[in-house]
Design a protein around this ligand. Sequence first.
Ligand code: COS
Length: 385
Amino acid sequence: MAPDTESFDLLLTAVQRFIAERLVPAENTVEEADDVPAVIVEEMKRMGLFGLSIPEEYGGIGLSMRQECRIAFELGQTSLAFRSVFGTNVGIGSQGILMDGTPEQKRKFLPRVASGELVMSFALTEPDVGSDASALQTRAEIDGGFYVLSGTKRFITNAPRAGAFTLMARTGGPGAGGISAFIVPANSPGISLGKPDKKMGQRGTKTCDVVLEQVRVPAANIIGGVPGVGFKTAMKVLDRGRLHLSALACGVAQRVLNESVAYARERRQFGERIGDFQLVQAMLADSQAELYAGWSMVQDCAQRYDAKSPGLFNADVSMRASCAKLFCTEMAGRVADRGVQVHGGAGYISEYKVERLYRDVRLLRLYEGTTQIQQLIIGRHLMRE
Ligand code: COS
């Protein structure tokens, strides 16, 4: 059961305060150190942020999707590195277990995921396999009660922090039906990490390669205990993740808009505030209107997500999550671009927040399925209907 309105409002207020008082003031530190301070990570654990989406019976808060999106919207309004610390525990790292795991797997892993003691990370992408996920090459060969895994996973968010991976590998023949999802402890012999990726933005988030050389994983660690359904688990996890990211994108757009309006009220040219010029107002108005549209989509889709059978694929909701991801992440890109434009030359200088936000939002259109993958999912759905 998701928290009632009163409990949720208390959480929302606490998160808003935490962002305003602890996270926003630490944004420059995160940018310079390329890391989130350990003391803040501990505060996040105490607030329960690692367990936002995990049901109460496993020690989490058990938010509905609608509530989770509301919190993601707030988290989008500060450095995205903060959300990333616990984002994989709330989303793509843990949801496979929650949706398709056996009761033992849920009992064994989810309480530690919810408390933040165990960081989970999601490993699907490979050097030669990104958008075409069902072609993945990491092999898992059966050997008695174990599988032996070999391959390389790429751009794996939180790999350096992870205690375990939800990792997709091929137990059978080619295509989606040959893929299984494993829970792989990060300290398994044969696992090594690549050097940290140097990224365009989102400094403070941690990504790198995960290399598996003859890694022995108990067969009992296949999510749900059934081989061959890991691709579907991964797709369901991504549907949900895409909706969460849509909400996050709206949050960043809101922050950019706030920064831009504040600047337009302060900055004077030709003897007037630049925000009094209609050409500047047009940019702000377009951003506000698009943000409103995006957030309305997120709320609608989240409501539909909550109404469907939990953990089951629903083609209509999946299509709408792709619509939201497509629109909201592209929208955040346009809003960030206008934000820089409103700031003029100052927008290109790192002293002003929009410079970082402009770089940070670029990833939103790429990860958890590019804009083109969302178009493909929507287009296929329409043709199927
Ligand atoms: N939920 C559950 N099952 C799903 C599903 C979903 N959202 N989407 C597809 N499936 C099922 C299909 O129903 C099909 O099952 P059957 O074989 O029983 O019919 C199976 O999965 C294969 O589906 P499909 O044929 O559509 O797979 P494709 O190989 O054509 O791939 C895309 C589909 C391109 C949509 C998929 O590979 C994808 O999302 N790629 C992007 C991956 C991504 O987001 N990567 C980011 C890295 S993770 S941060």
